[in-house]
Design a protein around this ligand. Structure first.
Ligand code: HEM
Ligand code: HEM
Length: 187
């Protein structure tokens, strides 16, 4: 059975910690930036975060998607999984970039900061939605017993396929969605 490399797993899980730290330490409102040490800390964190995201992207971009799958993956499924990972990377770039934009506008004292804050909040919200979908998809795949979970997650290993009427119905809907997608994309 195929699995992501040890280094890919280390990157995935240490980055999960870094992202969680970034979300929990968030600035509560604009006036907090008047404290120069907090402003410097935010800027440093955002730059380090951005560099790590870029390194991770270039390291992972050639790694196969859904690597752990034990059965052949439908092209529609592969397309969606790749698109989802790219969206996650985009939002992980947007978060620190819009944060740095806030810092720049704050220091320069020119207008537009409200718009930068709105972009930053939108990036944060989008990251919650995408990562919730990502984790949901990982659990769903684990229920289906596809092997993908085992390829990245070192705990609570998948040992069997679950079977229920509801799961079969959801799998049928999923397959019909891939039929449509593959037809549209001609893949
Ligand atoms: C409990 C939390 C999480 C679970 C169970 C989980 C599960 C997985 C699994 C099973 C894969 C492998 C998919 C494949 O082989 O194509 C994967 C890959 C990936 N995950 Fe997660 N994940 C979690 C948290 C996160 C978080 C917080 C992020 C982003 C901050 C993230 C971003 C990614 C990305 C971008 C990939 C694609 C491979 C890569 O480029 O590293 N994951 N995840
Ligand atoms: C990777 C780096 C960063 C992450 C992960 C991050 C994350 C967040 C999150 C999750 C929020 C809450 C958004 C919401 O209310 O939905 C937030 C708010 C905020 N962030 Fe960041 N941030 C980062 C960098 C920065 C930087 C560099 C600055 C500016 C120096 C900054 C300034 C702010 C401000 C002013 C708010 C509050 C906006 C308001 O008034 O509601 N952030 N950040």
């Amino acid at each position: 059975m195929m699995s992501h490399s040890k280094i890919s797993k280390i990157i995935h899980w240490t980055f999960t910690l870094l992202y969680s730290y970034g979300i929990f330490k968030q600035v509560d409102d604009l006036s907090e930036l008047e404290d120069p040490s907090l402003l410097n800390l935010e800027i440093t964190f955002a730059i380090i975060f951005l560099i790590i995201v870029l390194i991770r992207y270039f390291f992972m971009k050639d790694a196969p998607t859904l690597l752990g799958a034990t059965k052949e993956v439908r092209p529609g499924h592969l397309f969606l999984a790749k698109a989802m990972h790219r969206l996650i990377y985009s939002v992980l770039i947007m978060l620190p970039t819009t944060g740095l934009l806030i810092a720049a506008l704050f220091n320069l004292g020119i207008g537009g900061i409200d718009f930068a804050v709105a972009l930053h909040e939108f990036s944060a919200l989008l990251s919650y939605v995408l990562i919730a979908m990502h984790i949901g998809a990982a659990f769903y795949s684990k229920l289906k017993g596809e092997g993908v979970w085992n390829g990245m997650v070192p705990v609570w290993k998948e040992t069997k396929k679950y079977d229920s009427e509801l799961l079969t119905k959801i799998k049928n809907i999923e397959n019909r969605a891939y039929d449509k997608l593959e037809q549209i994309l001609k893949i």
